[in-house]
Design a protein around this ligand. Sequence first.
Ligand SMILES: *[C@@H]1O[C@H](CO)[C@@H](O)[C@H](O)[C@H]1NC(C)=O
Ligand SMILES: *[C@@H]1O[C@H](CO)[C@@H](O)[C@H](O)[C@H]1NC(C)=O
Ligand SMILES: *[C@@H]1O[C@H](CO)[C@@H](O)[C@H](O)[C@H]1NC(C)=O
Ligand SMILES: *[C@@H]1O[C@H](CO)[C@@H](O)[C@H](O)[C@H]1NC(C)=O
Ligand SMILES: *[C@@H]1O[C@H](CO)[C@@H](O)[C@H](O)[C@H]1NC(C)=O
Ligand SMILES: [Ca+2]
Length: 343
Amino acid sequence: MTKSAVLRLLALGVTLLLLLTRTGAQSLKEQRKRMAAASYKAKSHCCDDVRGLKVQVANLTSLLEELTRKQDTVVRQMMELDNQNRQQEARVTEAESKYSEINNRVEIMQLQASQSVTQTSSDAIYDCASLYLKNYRISGEYKLPADDFLGTPGLEVFCDMDTNGGGWTVIQRRKVGLTSFDRDWKQYKKGFGAPRGDFWLGNDNIFRLTRQPTMLRVELEDWEGEIRYAEYQHFTLSNELNSYKLFIANYSGSAGQDSLRYHNNTNFSTKYKDNDKCVDDCANLRKGGYWYNCCTDSNLNGVYYRYGEHTRNTDGITWYGWHGPNYSLKRVEMKIRPQNFQP
Ligand SMILES: *[C@@H]1O[C@H](CO)[C@@H](O)[C@H](O)[C@H]1NC(C)=O
Ligand SMILES: *[C@@H]1O[C@H](CO)[C@@H](O)[C@H](O)[C@H]1NC(C)=O
Ligand SMILES: *[C@@H]1O[C@H](CO)[C@@H](O)[C@H](O)[C@H]1NC(C)=O
Ligand SMILES: *[C@@H]1O[C@H](CO)[C@@H](O)[C@H](O)[C@H]1NC(C)=O
Ligand SMILES: *[C@@H]1O[C@H](CO)[C@@H](O)[C@H](O)[C@H]1NC(C)=O
Ligand SMILES: [Ca+2]
């Protein structure tokens, strides 16, 4: 080997060595850098996790809120359905009662066919009590014949032949709630509604029927299905000239404090006909025709409210002596019969 060749080899070795050490240092630096980056990454990874969790929590919260909102709508919808259900029930009840009425009428027709009533002016049928005494013993709709002698027209009535001995002519009923009782003087005079449903027999007819000594029975039913009654040994309506003034006496019954007494000796008032004893217009406030004083201790011709709707109003079908002024009853019937009636 020559001297120069040895030198060249040496130089190469030095260069190699230099190169090697330099790369070693570099790789160390890089490794450190990498480690730092990794630790940074680890740190940021942890915070990303927290952030992610936070987002998820926010996401869940908003999801929960949305569910609550949806639940609210569902509850509202269920309440609406419940309401509709109740109205449907009322319709079914009405249909059922119509069906039983039809049955009644069929029976009455059969009875009439078998009995063939002979009608003379001396035994004219004035009311349900006289029908009862002629052996019509089934509750339902009857037509009282016209009386040429008295000049009275025929009259469709509903007879209650079951309650407390029967013979009752029903003069008022509230049970379906679809007929408005917020009517004027003329309509209360003539009567309105249907004898099998909600109706007012008419003040002229009631006056005519109470010319003989008459008693009154008021039946009340609340939304729990409890039934109470009020009976008056005396009941008279004056004629139109005397504004159909009410006279009642000798209360008995289960309806708590007598809530018609306050209306005793009081003229009849209707929409547009304020005959009450008040600066207010009671018929307008209570939305019915009645013997308004100032104004009410009962409001049997008031507005029909379904269960749960009655607490805010002063114009419902009320009887203060039982459920107070804020409870509108589910069913009311007013019926009359002669005092001397013997079942
Ligand atoms: C909530 O989650 C959904 C589905 O996982 C996603 O598409 C949406 O971006 C998330 N919203 C938020 C605010 O994180
Ligand atoms: C009732 O009406 C009659 C007239 O129909 C009237 O003479 C009488 O004063 C009225 N009574 C009251 C208390 O308003
Ligand atoms: C109604 O008033 C008359 C007097 O006009 C009275 O005899 C009768 O007892 C009163 N009725 C009631 C229930 O208080
Ligand atoms: C009420 O009843 C009492 C006792 O039974 C009787 O004395 C009175 O005459 C009756 N009142 C009326 C107006 O009939
Ligand atoms: C009836 O309702 C009225 C008005 O909302 C209220 O002032 C009154 O206290 C209630 N009466 C009863 C007996 O609940
Ligand atoms: Ca008035």
